[in-house]
Ligand binder design. Structure first.
Ligand SMILES: [Zn+2]
Ligand SMILES: [Zn+2]
Length: 283
């Protein structure tokens, strides 16, 4: 997709379907700000984190310029940009979707083992997994994985294949940073007991749960760097999937803690990370 006319036509079609689009220039980066908008001197656009009054007709402020308005998209400054564009990007958050951007084969393998299936789009070296629902964007949530949704842009590389599914908690959890270590409680460290759920397991079979725990153990065991963060994220993932139905037993939790301790995490850190993960999930 290198032909300017084609790029613009694709953009207009996407916009007509409700996807806010913007052109990307060589290097697959957004066009720079115009003179008035340089260094955000204009204050920025109303949809930016710090909302400003900018009504610049140019393709300024990256993702914040993305629009579905055919008049804007065909205006002289945008036409000039489309002429120099190398591809179309869109603002996933504004379209109500989240793109899990998997940069390489390893990231794709991880996603296939970990994330619920959804619509996928091939990229140069990896895949975009597109979920229904928006969330804050985060880069490098793990090696080769970015989350692009609100206040971000993603390249349009075609509609992809598969059925789009709802944004799962496990993806939301990826973006959650572990809070500072919880205050040290003076009592002895005990294996936390949270068997109490509502007793309704939405997760089908014990085998499913067992497999989930085994995958979580493996993820911890295979962590080559950032063990601390991996342990936390893995706990989050397990809790977000199995934490509310009451089918997680202390034996399951012990398996996870053992895997973490084999990687050098202290029992105290395991308990803290587990507690933090529950707090992050509002449990
Ligand atoms: Zn401008
Ligand atoms: Zn501006």
């Amino acid at each position: 997709m290198t032909q300017p006319t084609l790029i613009r036509r694709v953009a207009l079609t996407l916009a007509a379907a409700g996807l806010p689009v913007l052109p990307l220039r060589a290097g697959k980066a957004p066009f720079g700000n115009c003179h008035q908008c340089a260094n955000n001197a204009c204050g920025g656009r109303p949809n930016m984190k710090t909302a400003g009054p900018c009504r610049c007709p140019g393709v300024c402020h990256a993702w914040a310029a993305a629009t579905t308005d055919p008049h804007v998209l065909s205006s002289p400054p945008w036409t000039a940009a489309w002429r120099r564009a190398v591809c179309v990007a869109y603002h996933p958050g504004a379209a109500g979707v989240t793109v899990v951007d998997l940069d390489d084969a390893a990231a794709v393998t991880w996603a296939r083992e970990t994330l619920p299936a959804t619509r996928t789009v091939e990229t140069t070296r990896g895949e975009h997994w597109v979920y229904r629902g928006a969330m804050p964007s985060h880069n490098a949530v793990r090696p080769g994985v970015d989350i692009k949704s609100s206040m971000s842009y993603a390249r349009w590389l075609g509609p992809g294949t598969g059925t789009m599914t709802a944004l799962p908690d496990i993806v939301r959890a990826l973006a959650v940073k572990e809070p500072p270590t919880v205050r040290r409680a003076p009592q002895a460290i005990a294996m936390p007991s949270w068997a109490a759920g509502d007793g309704v397991c939405p997760h089908r079979t014990p085998t499913y749960l067992d497999r989930g725990i085994a995958m979580a153990q493996q993820r911890i065991t295979e962590a080559r760097s950032a063990v601390h963060a991996t342990v936390y994220r893995t706990f989050l993932a397990v809790l977000s999937t199995h934490g509310r139905c009451g089918c997680l037993t202390e034996a399951h939790i012990a398996r996870l803690f053992t895997a973490a301790q084999a990687k050098g995490e202290s029992p105290r850190h395991c308990t803290d990370a587990w507690t933090n993960a529950r707090t992050a999930l509002g449990m």
